[in-house]
Design a binder for this molecule. Structure first.
Ligand SMILES: [Zn+2]
Length: 610
């Protein structure tokens, strides 16, 4: 899910985190001379063994820290993560030594993945490497400590990101919304100078590894030339833009009814009125835009409560979803070692996550489950991560990852898309599925989350790629940011934002240097997976009412794709799952087709776009 609803913790998690450890290209000059292929194989053996060992240690430390937060467990976890990152950074740099060596395709694939591991490359100059590490930590720290203190007050009067998120979600006083929106963005200007220097140094490191710049290094992870990948994203967005325009036009008109002239009839929507700091998820404005007459939908929550279905039993439903597809049941240790409810005796990270501690079959699950329909769905999503990581566990450790970084979340979400009313009937939770009269409301609600997210999912890296390649310089950081946000999202700040601001820095992934395109890919891919699997399952109802539950054929396809892990370029895995080698956003358009018809009826007489 977007914004970190849940995460898979394993090599996958570690690969996603910031790499800021300097590591030179030192080779021992006294080592015996080996034929190049032999030394490449010895290198791969060392990389696989070392990364598996350090990955397991890091998982163990991470699990203990998240299920028992203390100063000590945090320190232990930080040390274990750092050891893993240091080793992985070293292997990434050394992997380039074998560029011209003739090897098997499987060995070549492992070297490619090792080389593409970094999200930040330190320059070889130790002083510059240290400066880069310091800048990365400092930017992350400024964000982490970021608070808005109204009227220059301090202490308890200050609002952190969670409190501001909550106000933007619930409050409807436009002056208050603007105040806290401005307030949160005030944390970022102190980052600007450091960020510009960070860009210089990380580009230098990337160039030393043979990439044009840091953005090109990120795009190299996708098994196609960097420019071709950027074009692919534009093509996918083109498939969805008409649907987005329909949603945008409809929401703008409804918000205009609530806020009046502050919302233009035919221009961009003010960014602070969409229920979210970054206008990346509009679910919170659902009450303002819901179809008249509301929605009639299944409410699973009272059923779970009335039938006293415990968190563990809810998870058993999730497990049976996968066994119905032909997957092996979860190991006994999953039930012994997982965390299902919030403990009363200690602090834990309740944020749901899935783990594979030994990267083979020590699967776990950490979630403070409430007896709600939402958590019932999240359980299915999280188990998707666990079944994925077990499916690829037979591969060499370096290849135990998803096909590309969009796939892991997309698989979890694909499973969640199959939690339909028909599925709930089949497993005996509700007696019958409701008719389709409430479907528009349900589709609108999820479109406000998933569809509204897409353009923002493109903007964050579109901006950074231009920054890294020098098209955008510090003199135009903020202008470029808002140009992109207006062009893709159709949102605008309430008042002009000059270069004294650094609004990109108010989004976590920018100071944390975490690539963002994966969230866009996951949002698009999950519908493509869902459409293909429901076709394999022989489903004939509209896509949003299809579940793959119980389909051996859908299960066979899914399993074949999951077992491939990162061993092949992602188009191969995509083909195994969907029969297509290209990403295809038309599946998402198909899924929301009934909503689009309805939105276009509501939008009659309105000018679309901005
Ligand atoms: Zn997830």
């Amino acid at each position: 899910m977007i914004g970190g609803m849940c995460t898979i913790a394993s090599a996958y998690r570690l690969r996603a985190v910031l790499a800021f450890v300097a590591f030179g290209l030192a080779c021992s000059s006294s080592a015996p001379v080996q034929p190049p292929a032999e030394s490449a194989r010895a290198f791969l053996k060392d990389a696989n063994e070392t990364l598996l060992r350090l990955g397991i240690e890091s998982n163990q430390a991470g699990w203990v820290q998240q299920t028992f937060i203390t100063l000590d467990t945090e320190a232990i976890n930080a040390r274990a993560s750092e050891a893993y990152m240091t080793a992985a950074t070293g292997f990434a740099k050394r992997a380039t030594q074998f560029d011209g060596v003739e090897l098997t395709p499987d060995e070549r694939r492992q070297l490619t993945l090792l080389k593409n591991f970094l999200t930040m490359a330190a320059p070889a100059d130790p002083k510059e490497a240290a400066e880069l590490a310091q800048l990365a930590a400092s930017l992350d720290g400024i964000y982490g400590r970021g608070k808005y203190c109204p009227g220059g007050e301090s202490g308890d009067a200050c609002l952190d990101v969670e409190e501001i998120t909550e106000i933007l979600a619930r409050d409807r006083n436009p002056a208050r919304l603007l105040e806290v929106w401005d307030g949160w963005h005030s944390i970022a200007p102190p980052m600007k100078k450091g960020y510009a220097r960070f860009v210089e140094l990380s580009n230098k490191g990337a160039r030393e590894l043979g990439f044009a710049d840091t953005g090109a290094m990120w795009r190299s992870k996708y098994d196609m030339p960097a420019d071709a990948f950027a074009k692919e994203l534009d093509r996918l967005w083109g498939q969805l833009r008409p649907l987005y325009l329909s949603l945008h036009t409809y929401v703008r008109a409804r918000l205009r009814q609530r806020y009046g002239e502050a919302v233009p009839a035919d221009g961009p929507i003010p960014a602070h009125l969409l229920g979210n700091i970054w206008a990346q998820d509009w679910s919170n404005v659902y009450p303002d835009v819901a179809p008249p007459g509301g929605t009639r939908a299944v409410d699973l929550t009272p059923v779970l409560r009335a039938r006293r279905i415990t968190p563990v039993e809810m998870t058993r439903y999730g497990e049976r979803f996968f066994t119905s597809l032909g997957f092996e049941p979860l190991p006994a240790t999953f039930w012994e070692r997982s965390l299902f409810v919030k403990p009363r005796d200690r602090e834990v990270v309740c944020h749901a996550s899935a783990w594979n501690i030994n990267q083979v079959d020590d699967l776990r699950f950490k979630m403070c489950i409430d007896q709600t329909a939402e958590d019932f769905t999240v359980i299915h999503h999280e188990l998707g991560h666990d079944f994925y990581s077990r499916a690829y566990s037979g591969l060499p450790p370096v290849l135990r990852d998803s096909a590309n970084d969009g796939f892991h979340e997309a698989i979890g979400d694909t499973i969640a898309l199959s939690v339909t009313p028909e599925y709930l009937v089949k497993v005996g939770l509700i007696p019958q599925a409701p008719d389709s009269s409430g479907d528009i409301g349900l589709l609108l609600r999820t479109a406000l989350e998933r569809l509204a997210f897409l353009p923002f999912g493109l903007v964050v890296d579109a901006w950074r790629w231009q920054v890294f390649d020098g098209t955008v310089t510090p003199e135009t950081y903020n202008k470029a940011w808002w140009d992109l946000r207006e062009r893709y999202q159709g949102v605008r700040p309430a008042a002009p934002r000059g270069e004294e601001f650094f609004d990109p820095g108010a989004k976590y992934h920018v100071p944390a240097n975490t690539p963002y395109t994966r969230y866009f890919l996951a949002a698009v891919l999950q519908f493509q997976f869902h459409r293909a699997l429901t076709q394999a399952a022989g489903c004939t109802t509209p896509l949003h009412r299809c579940s793959i539950y119980g389909s051996a054929e859908a299960g066979r396809r899914l399993k074949a794709a999951l077992e491939m892990g990162a061993s092949k370029p992602w188009p191969d895995t995509l083909e195994a799952l969907t029969g297509q080698r290209q990403m295809d956003a038309s599946a998402m358009a198909d899924y929301y087709a009934p909503l689009k018809v309805w939105l276009d009826q509501q939008n009659q007489g309105q000018k679309a776009g901005w």
